[in-house]
Design a protein around this ligand. Structure first.
Ligand SMILES: *Cc1c(COP(=O)(O)O)cnc(C)c1O
Length: 228
């Protein structure tokens, strides 16, 4: 296996300057995160609230922690004090929970709306009609402690590049429509989070601004090391 430092250098060098790397450190030990940190990486992604809170406690406090997975409303409190971006928001109920917990912390938390773009069945992710309903609801408009910073999506897990590209292109189109119709002139609405180890090159070609890369950076995940 190549070292984490080499992987960061190689992947960062392959990304256009405006595309940011989220190093997905879920199920990886803190030593690996520290190694990436030593090499200048500051943006890390986790998908379990308690695992993230535990890692936050023992790592440098200038790390920007991104929450990238499905977040349950009752887990928001673990990450609200410090999380810098929540990638996968797909309900008004979750936005309300984030708004409430961010308010208790005196913070404003940036969130991305997750869209269902893959052909595969998935419980998670909005369609455009559902997103519009959220954005137009009085409850949403009254929220003071969240900001919608863009969109997030996951493509179908397939070797068919054209399929994957088409799905990423669809997410970019959703982003452009939302920007025009709901966020015109709002500089906070700016991110398109798409692309993982297997498909980030395609995502970048289609306009990704944030790639979420785990196994290509840190190697295969060791499930035994997961903090429950
Ligand atoms: C695990 C995960 C990733 C990273 O996946 P790799 O294939 O290891 O790069 C990216 N995004 C989400 C939402 C994930 O859960």
């Amino acid at each position: 296996m190549r070292s984490i430092a080499e992987n960061i250098e190689r992947i960062t060098a392959s990304l256009p300057r405006e595309v940011k790397l989220v190093a997905v450190s879920k199920q990886q030990p803190v030593e690996y995160i520290a190694a990436a940190y030593e090499w200048g990486q500051r943006r890390f992604g986790e998908n379990k609230a308690q695992e993230l809170a535990a890692k936050y406690e023992c790592l440098p406090n200038d790390i920007q922690w991104h929450f990238i997975g499905h977040l349950q409303t009752n887990k928001v409190k673990y990450i609200a004090p410090f999380v810098s971006l929540i990638h996968a928001v797909d309900s008004l109920k979750l936005l309300q929970a984030i708004d409430r917990e961010a308010g208790k912390q005196g913070r404003i938390i940036e969130c991305l709306l997750q869209f269902h773009i893959a052909e595969e069945e998935s419980k998670f992710g909005l369609d455009e009609r559902e997103a519009r309903e959220i954005l137009e609801s009085p409850l949403f408009k009254a929220m003071r402690h969240i900001r919608i910073a863009g969109v997030m999506g996951m493509a179908t897990y397939t070797e068919e590049r054209e399929q994957v590209k088409k799905e990423f292109r669809h997410l970019k189109e959703i982003f452009e429509r939302l920007k025009r119709n709901h966020f015109a002139g709002d500089p906070v609405f700016r991110e398109i989070s798409m692309g993982m180890s297997g498909d980030y090159e395609l995502a970048v070609e289609e306009g990704s601004t944030l790639v979420r890369i785990g196994s290509s950076l840190f190697g295969e995940r060791n499930y035994k090391q997961t903090i429950e």
